[in-house]
Design a protein around this ligand. Structure first.
Ligand code: SAM
Ligand code: SF4
Length: 383
């Protein structure tokens, strides 16, 4: 499990850090950019397709980008209130969606620039027909070291085996409540049992660990914290709490609606077991990972509001309609679909990727008066 031991000393050190912004402190952009660039550059050296320093995707803060989020659709079979409107969703015209071949083409252009990790998302990626075929195409690119998927789990039981066989090895299933009534309140659809069946199927075919994403919302999540803690301990899934971010279609986000990571840590530590930080953390991962002090049950936190991780970010994104974004919160996009369909040479597409990453801002600024919510909500960008 990689626990750092049974004492709670480390937890005691971590808590004040997670508390700082929740209490109105200054965003922590603590990781030295130069150090980050160095580690990124060293970490990416592989015998195949080595990117030289000039070819790498480095922004003006020295962050090296090796990680691409690909949204494969904006359609979804749920209507989570923190993401989509309840009714009358305007989905993209299907002809505007990148084909699997176009996605593969884009990835092959980005690989010589240092791309190594991919996550497929949406909308709900499993509503895209034959998604395993895309996984197969991407898994066949030797430089791609890691392919993950984030899904709401509704269709997972039927697809888990095909995805595994195609080469997918990481999976996150979103589930905000261990209670069918609350599930319906949040998602505005049925399907709780199907999600549980999807999680079980994913574990059965070999995904380990299956990570469970739960958006933490004040007034909704509090009574789910302890059940989720026990769920992680009993089933071996990793629970991952994500602070509610201002990317909801209804524009109803308020800081007061965010349940902060440090509050969840306090509850779990008090009511189950003390949590201690894990030693085997990926320095670029947005999540801070903990394990219960007896070594049973892993819980992590994406504290995007209370402890922004922007200076560790190594991600760029492409939406399902082929728009390149350098950040989830970006206000600008580059139209890669037009390039792919217009027959632009790969060098031009590579230049566009480099330019987009180079223009990345320092951070999301949610905790400042300067924050502007992107026009596209989460389901349309790809979370
Ligand atoms: N439909 C898939 C799913 O729900 O897992 C993939 C797309 S969804 C946009 C990706 C992740 O973003 C999910 O874990 C979801 O809970 C999370 N998410 C969506 N809106 C959010 C918000 N406003 N704040 C924080 N997380 C959000
Ligand atoms: Fe759909 Fe995922 Fe958004 Fe929920 S979070 S509405 S499942 S895209």
């Amino acid at each position: 499990m990689g626990a750092s031991g049974g004492d709670d000393v480390n937890a005691a050190i971590e808590l004040p850090i997670l508390t700082s912004l929740a209490e109105g402190g200054t965003p922590r952009m603590g990781v030295a950019a130069d150090d980050h660039a160095l580690r990124g550059a060293q970490g990416r050296a592989t015998p195949l397709g080595r990117a030289t320093q000039t070819e790498q995707l480095i922004d003006s803060f020295g962050r090296v980008h090796t990680n691409l989020r690909i949204s494969v659709t904006d359609r979804c079979n749920l209507r989570c209130f923190y993401c989509m409107p309840a009714e009358d969703v305007q989905f993209m015209d299907r002809k505007n969606l990148l084909t699997f071949e176009e996605i593969e083409h884009f990835v092959r252009v980005a690989v010589p620039l240092g791309l190594r990790k991919i996550r497929l998302t949406g909308g709900e990626p499993l509503v895209r027909r034959d998604l395993h075929r895309l996984v197969e195409k991407l898994a066949a690119i030797p430089e791609i070291e890691d392919i993950g998927l984030t899904t709401n789990g509704i269709l997972l039981a039927d697809q888990a085996q095909a995805l595994w066989d195609a080469g997918l090895r990481r999976i996150n299933v979103s589930l905000d409540a261990l209670d069918p009534v609350k599930f319906h309140e949040i998602t505005r659809r049925e399907g709780y049992e199907q999600v549980l069946a999807g999680i079980e199927a994913a574990q059965r075919v070999g995904f380990d660990p299956v990570k469970i994403n739960a958006v933490s919302v004040r007034g909704l999540t509090e009574d789910q914290i302890v059940p989720f803690g026990h769920f992680a301990r009993k089933t071996g899934v990793e629970m991952r709490f994500i602070e509610f971010m201002p990317l909801d279609a209804d524009n109803a986000w308020e800081r007061g609606k965010v349940l902060f990571a440090h509050e969840i840590i306090e509850t779990l530590s008090r009511d189950i077991q003390p949590l201690v930080p894990c030693e085997d953390q990926d320095p670029h991962a947005p999540a801070t990972e903990f394990v219960f002090s007896d070594g049973v049950g892993r819980v992590s936190f994406i504290a995007s509001i209370s402890q922004p991780f922007c200076m560790k970010c190594d991600r760029f994104r492409i939406t399902s309609d082929g728009k390149l974004r350098n950040c989830l919160f970006s206000l600008e996009e580059t139209d890669v679909r037009a390039m792919l369909r217009g027959g632009a040479p790969d060098s031009e597409i590579a230049d566009a990727i480099r330019a987009s990453v180079a223009a990345k801002k320092e951070g999301h600024e949610i905790n400042t008066a300067r924050y502007i919510q992107p026009e596209r909500p989460m389901y349309s960008i790809g979370g």
